[in-house]
Design a protein around this ligand. Structure first.
Ligand code: DP6
Length: 330
């Protein structure tokens, strides 16, 4: 049997409508709360994996430059699992590029690790399997599990004894003509990464147990609203999920603050927009950007309104997209 040793995959980031924030204390990178996201077509990670007998260590080239050691370490952990599953012993050269700011709170780790999982599986000769790719990605970065699927995807909370935990599809991209308008408020990297920020929240925030207790009910409302395509029911639950996550982080000691002045201005602008009759709801990840969930038909108008907010540098209009997939293999 001839085995392809090289493959290229693409993946999109996803934005959580029901947020994941915090891990279970039993290892295996298990999320403490269920989450639900939409995979976004407007932004893309492209990753080439080549297992190569002539190299002694895995190498990661990120956006055309050698990657920092902590990023390379996470990539090696995923590649090690693929080597275990496939029996390949070669080290790999990984080249990855994002067409949006890396590590800025635009969910680059989600698209990065799902593209890596899919490319590495194919390069190692493993059969394409979205569920297995999702679980592999999740073991390195939880949110990445959801980008293995297109459209709307969910991931349940981990329970003791779980080792494998893939995300699942809720509905395909064409299920709902929704748009997410990203209001970019900073181009540089974020200060506190999500892994670190959520661990600090879990360790020190008195609100963390309340977050873990209340998240499943919000998740259930969000899943039902997605299935019913009901923006009026979805929006308030989406805003509450994001702001409750940030409230837990703000109550950590010392506080983890992802907001900047522009973030707060954008929150106010979304509320003002709604009171004028333009329906959009905000969500915020581990960074200062504000994302507005709205109807596809309203996306341009929402983007125009967000561009007028002081401190908003530009907007990106995204719509539900496809899951991670191979585009080239040797
Ligand atoms: C705020 O998936 O980046 O985007 O599992 O430690 O890699 P690790 O964290 P990560 O956290 C994402 C947090 C979030 C919310 C979400 O995507 O659900």
């Amino acid at each position: 049997m001839t085995r392809p040793l090289e493959a290229v995959a693409i993946a999109h980031p996803n934005i959580a409508l029901a947020k994941y924030w915090g891990k279970r204390p039993f290892g295996h990178n298990l999320p403490a709360v269920p989450s639900l996201s939409v995979t976004l077509s407007g932004m893309l990670t492209k990753t080439r994996v080549a297992f190569d007998p002539s190299i002694a260590e895995d190498v990661l080239i990120l956006n055309r430059a050698e990657a920092p050691a902590h990023e390379t370490k996470r990539v090696r952990s995923l590649l090690a699992r693929v080597r275990e599953l496939s029996g390949i012993s070669y080290k790999a050269r990984v080249e990855s590029t994002n067409d949006f700011p890396t590590a800025s709170g635009l969910a680059s780790s989600a698209s990065a690790f799902s593209a890596l999982a899919v490319a590495a599986m194919r390069a190692a000769g493993l059969p394409d399997d979205a569920s297995q790719a999702s679980d592999l990605a999740r073991k390195t970065s939880v949110s990445a599990a959801r980008s293995a699927f297109g459209g709307f995807a969910k991931l349940r909370a981990g329970v003791e004894g779980d080792v494998d935990l893939p995300a699942e599809s809720v509905a395909p991209a064409e299920h709902w003509d929704l748009a997410v308008v990203v209001a970019v408020t900073r181009e540089g990297p974020k200060e506190v990464g999500s892994t670190e920020g959520m661990q600090h929240t879990a360790d020190t925030s008195p609100y963390f147990p309340t977050w873990v207790e209340s998240a499943p009910a919000l998740f259930a409302r969000i899943e039902a609203a997605v299935l019913a395509r009901d923006l009026g029911a979805l929006g308030p639950a989406v805003e509450q999920s994001a702001l409750a996550m940030h409230a837990a982080a703000l109550a950590a000691a010392p506080a983890t603050v992802y907001f900047t002045g522009a973030t707060v201005e954008a929150i106010r602008a979304v509320r003002a927009m709604r009171s004028r009759g333009l329906e959009g709801y905000l969500t915020i990840d581990a960074g200062p950007h504000v994302k507005v969930v709205t109807r596809g038909a309203d996306a341009k108008e929402v983007a125009r309104a967000m561009e007028e907010v002081p401190g908003v540098l530009r907007t990106i209009i995204t719509t539900p997209g496809e899951g991670a997939r191979v585009i080239e293999s040797a």
